[in-house]
Design a protein around this ligand. Structure first.
Ligand code: HEM
Length: 355
């Protein structure tokens, strides 16, 4: 066993790595650690090597700076509408469910070109998925994943009948390097990974950020007036200190050891982004708010070949949402915030009032 207290073994016998240097090393070492950890097809998350690189070349352009810039005016309109709906009610609302999840679904629908009729089924799915991940039961999670796949398959079927000039139709028209079309399983998996990343994580990120703003009223005014770059850096730093995106897995390709802890070829290990983002060896007092000083070591969006392709999109969505919120008035907690339970992180509820 390792003498490093940031390396532990979980109830499934998997080595869990919360040491910043080791998490970074392993995430970047695709030759030593595979991402093929699930028996389900996961595109691009579960691919390795050339197949992974090919998929990233295909999907990354849908989330690059040009794509995100082109979407920004729509995101601003969605955030402004949602905030006025919530503020007009003149009663407290939930930063995760009412604000974060609803904004995420509308923003994603704008990005992918999905019709408003999908909003309620998707929101229901986000809520049920959170309950399932809270239990940590793989069967419950598999049933929820299956339900999501059914939504996506139906969406693809309808889209084939009536093609539109949007991101979903463009994804459906992608070709592998050898000219073959992407299969439905691949498309469903891509959409599951981009939407799963977007919807679930974004709602949790919104909860963490709004909670932090309510607890740090002294930062609200200057962040409302901050430049885009400074606001983005502040958002990254808030998420670093309370990362709601807990972990990803890797499978060792060869016998090795991690900070003195033996790992055999074929063993699954857990990269604990949340713990690594609070490693005192790197961040000193991990609660210190230092956007510029901590930026280079921030692991919220991962690192290495699987680094999050949605980072720019997620950051833009969060920037637009936070600006709209701070413009709407002062943000205060309207009751006790409720934490998510392990293995999930972030908040289940953050009741707030704006005015
Ligand atoms: C909202 C906050 C988000 C957080 C905190 C987050 C975090 C992450 C992290 C840590 C990884 C690395 C996984 C690994 O190394 O195994 C990742 C990968 C990924 N993310 Fe995100 N993400 C977010 C939003 C998004 C969005 C908006 C999208 C797409 C629209 C997205 C799509 C993906 C995909 C497809 C991967 C897999 C990349 C690969 O395996 O090559 N994520 N994300």
């Amino acid at each position: 066993m390792s003498t490093n207290e940031r390396i532990s073994v979980d109830g499934h016998g998997r080595v869990v790595i919360g040491d910043h240097a080791e998490v970074t090393r392993i995430a970047r070492d695709a030759a030593g650690f595979s991402s093929a950890v699930s028996r389900h097809l996961q595109v691009p998350n579960g691919l390795d090597g050339a197949a992974h690189a090919e998929m990233r070349r295909l999907i990354d352009p849908f989330m690059d700076a040009g794509a995100v810039d082109a979407l920004t005016a729509d995101l601003e309109a969605i955030a402004a509408d949602l905030l006025s709906e919530l503020v007009e009610r003149s009663e407290p609302f939930g930063a995760v469910g009412d604000l974060g999840a609803r904004f995420a679904v509308r923003a994603q629908s704008a990005w992918l070109g999905w019709l408003p009729e999908w909003e309620e089924p998707l929101l229901e799915w986000v809520a049920d998925n959170r309950v399932a991940s809270r239990t940590g039961h793989s069967e419950a999670t598999a049933v929820i994943a299956e339900r999501f796949d059914a939504i996506i398959r139906e969406l693809l079927r309808r889209r084939r009948e009536t093609p539109r000039g949007d991101v979903t139709s463009a994804l459906m028209a992608l070709r592998h390097d050898d000219g073959s079309a992407l299969g439905d399983d691949e498309l469903v998996s891509i959409l599951r990974n981009v939407t799963g990343g977007d919807l679930g994580s974004l709602a949790l990120c919104a909860g963490v950020i709004v909670h932090w703003l309510a607890r740090h009223p002294e930062h609200q005014h200057h962040l409302a007036e901050a430049s885009d770059a400074d606001l983005d850096a502040a958002i990254d730093e808030i998420l670093r200190a309370d990362d709601p995106f807990v972990s990803n897995r890797r499978r060792a390709r060869v016998d090795t050891d991690i900070a003195g802890c033996p790992v055999r070829a074929g063993d699954v290990v857990v990269l604990d982004w949340r713990a690594a983002n609070r490693d005192p060896e790197v961040f000193g007092d991990p609660g210190t708010f230092d956007p510029a000083g901590h930026a280079a070591d921030n692991l919220v969006y991962g690192t290495g070949p699987h680094v999050c392709p949605g980072r720019l999109l997620a950051t833009r969505e969060l920037r637009v949402l936070v600006r709209a919120l701070l413009r709407a008035g002062r943000v205060a907690l309207a009751g006790p915030a409720v934490r998510e339970e392990a293995p999930a992180a972030g908040f289940r509820e953050v009741p707030v009032r704006v005015g």
